[in-house]
Design a protein. Structure first.
Lengths: 145, 126
């Protein structure tokens, strides 16, 4: 028989992940992207907040942001007070003139993430941030002898 | 959805698409020389972008790579898993041999040079 021991907070799994978006500042566009939106002919096209998916496996959380047309060097990631903020500068060539718009998104990160080991990669316009769980937060199975 | 396009404007037309697909965000710029089309296809690897020009219909198809590997649990979902399809009806003849396509960072950039007959002509006043 196997006894699965999980971190006490993991029992409340649903509210745990809702917490990603419950941070007072999560999901709010930055002031700069709001200003960019005002001049946008088609609101919601270029100045939109970044869409995000969150997945987990037993070792990591994964947050995937859609950032088409954004170069690696134009992405900034910041973890501050449990709030992960992605800011991306999107440069678009429109004939001769180049326009740029700022996109941001914040999600609050649950406790038990190893902040030192957060990694990110950009592939085909998707930014994937890997947030490793700390050892004590991983489910452990204890075998009864 | 089909779209009829000229270098100056685009108007939606009726469609006959049955598969669950979505229209990507796109931009078209045109001048006397060429159409410049920019299509956002985030999540699509370069090898899964298919371009097809049949008569005056340009089809751009992008298959998303599966974003959720097996054994992973989804906690929050905003990105659509649907593949992309954009069909554009070109109302000026383009020079197929000189079409240039580039795909970078999830964005497809296309340049469709117009055929000579479609370019504006200067008529000198004698």
């Amino acid at each position: 028989m196997k006894l699965i021991r999980t971190h006490p907070f993991s029992i409340n799994r649903v509210s745990d992940f809702e917490g990603w978006f419950r941070h007072p500042l999560a999901g709010l566009p930055s002031l700069s992207s709001f200003i960019n939106n005002l001049g946008e002919a088609f609101p919601g096209v270029a100045g939109d907040k970044l869409a995000v998916d969150v997945h987990e496996d037993k070792d990591n959380y994964f947050a995937s942001f859609e950032v088409p047309g954004v170069k690696k060097e134009d992405v900034k990631l910041e973890l501050n007070n449990g709030l992960l903020t992605v800011s991306a500068e999107k440069r678009t060539k429109d004939g001769e003139k180049e326009t740029s718009s700022s996109l941001t998104r914040s999600v609050s990160v649950p406790d038990g993430v190893n902040a030192e080991a957060i990694a990110a990669k950009l592939t085909d316009g998707i930014l994937t941030v890997t947030l490793p769980k700390q050892e004590r937060n991983k489910p452990r199975s204890i075998t009864l002898s | 959805m089909n779209t009829t396009c000229s270098p100056r404007n685009c108007t939606p037309a009726t469609s006959g698409v049955t598969e669950s697909l979505r229209k990507p965000l796109y931009n078209i710029n045109g001048n006397a020389e060429a159409y410049d089309i920019r299509v956002e296809l985030p999540g699509v690897p370069k090898s899964s972008v298919k371009l097809d020009l049949e008569e005056d219909i340009l089809s751009i198809r992008g298959e998303r790579s599966t974003t959720v590997p097996e054994g992973m649990k989804t906690l929050h979902r905003e990105l659509s898993p649907l593949n992309y399809l954009l069909r554009l009806r070109l109302n000026a003849p383009v020079n197929e041999e000189q079409m240039v396509a580039q795909f970078e960072d999830g964005v497809l950039s296309l340049r469709l040079p117009l055929k000579e007959v479609a370019k504006p002509r200067q008529i000198p006043v004698l």
